[in-house]
Ligand binder design. Structure first.
Ligand SMILES: [Zn+2]
Length: 189
């Protein structure tokens, strides 16, 4: 028996500190490569919805203090908004807060791993992919350093530390693709 293809829905909320001109480049420059790869791993299409300028949601404090507290504030803001306004029926949904600044000098993003909510800054091109990956079961331990087509060392999305001269691979490691495929397989019925 065949079933209708089920979508995976990503709700992208731009924090109020992300300008309108920056919002226009995020889909192409920060999201496209990782979503293409996640669709292959999940074997399901993703739908992405963008939201901004929502009082009480896109203006939460995310800097200063323990990053886990910022994540907790985001979880309650996002899930509270979801209860009141979102009627989507997909079993897998993600609530991603995109911020202009990092949470602090060392922490560029934070996520429920796995889980529904994440915060990712635009400080590095791979942070959105990194935090979304965590929500689907990606692990730091299974990240790798590769060499890209130009012979330069690059970090896969799961790699936890920023290297000064290291470039981005713009892909998940094979093991992390397997980790995420196992996560998505729970939702196959
Ligand atoms: Zn991480």
């Amino acid at each position: 028996m065949t079933t209708a293809t089920e979508f995976i829905r990503i709700h992208v909320y731009y924090h109020d500190d992300v300008s309108a001109s920056t919002r226009r480049i995020v889909p192409r420059n920060y999201l496209k490569d990782c979503i293409t790869e996640l669709e292959r791993v999940a074997r399901r299409p993703f739908v992405i919805e963008y939201k901004h300028s929502i009082p009480g949601v896109t203006d939460i404090e995310y800097q200063g203090g323990d990053p886990r507290h910022a994540l907790n504030r985001w979880i309650s803001a996002a899930l509270g908004y979801q209860d009141r306004h979102i009627r989507a029926s997909e079993r897998i949904q993600r609530y991603l807060l995109v911020t202009q600044q990092s949470i602090n000098d060392e922490v560029l993003g934070i996520a429920q791993a796995p889980g529904g909510c994440a915060i990712a800054s635009l400080t590095n091109y791979q942070t959105i992919a990194h935090e979304l990956g965590h929500t689907f079961g990606m692990r730091h331990e299974d990240a790798e350093l590769h060499h890209n087509a130009f012979g330069l060392e690059c970090a896969t999305y799961g790699y936890p530390e920023q290297g000064g001269l290291r470039s981005n691979c713009y892909q998940y490691s094979i093991k992390n693709r397997e980790n995420m495929a196992r996560y998505f397989a729970q939702y196959v019925d």
